[in-house]
Write a protein that binds this ligand. Sequence first.
Ligand code: ADP
Ligand code: MG
Length: 193
Amino acid sequence: MELVIDPATLVLRTEAADQTKTLARAIAPLCEPGDVLLLVGDLGAGKTTFAQGFGAALGITEAITSPTFTLVREYAVQGPAASSRVGPVDRAGDVDGHRSRVRTLVHADVYRLDRLHEIADLGLGELVDDDGVALVEWGDVAEPILGGSLAITLVAAVDHDDHRLITVRSVGTAWSSRWAALQSALSPWQTAQ
Ligand code: ADP
Ligand code: MG
């Protein structure tokens, strides 16, 4: 049977948590204010790990964790002061933070919410309106109810504990003009299909 893969879906594989963070760092500089990225996957799949790499790329130094009681957290993106740090990792993050127009990272973990209206009630759309990007950890099949622009699904590989299959799917047209750049940025993790 032939496997048909939607051309607007990238199929990636990481082999360690750090690689998932690096993959997230590669996506961050392409994000624009108003983007909502849905992170879909079971507990332990690596959604928060992705958020940590993404936040680091924006120069956020606060620890990004899975909040137990707070469903939504906001992080201010660091200003130019952070650029004095050296080293390839920090420097890369600062450059990303500088060039990006994104000033706020909204991190939501709605894994435990099972009703769509509860998610809608969080008002994420308003939070990201002006200058923010939202990462929404979700345990279920992604639906574009949040105006989500990119759905990222993480699945633990059956053959290795530290491997994850990650699919990146664009929803709607928000990423059409950025898709080629995204594909190129993620090529190190692309699997042979
Ligand atoms: P989630 O937020 O989806 O519940 P977390 O990111 O909190 O998941 O946890 C993922 C766990 O799996 C972490 O302990 C992380 O170190 C580990 N892990 C192992 N390999 C990977 C990988 N390739 N990508 C992401 N996480 C990984
Ligand atoms: Mg989590």
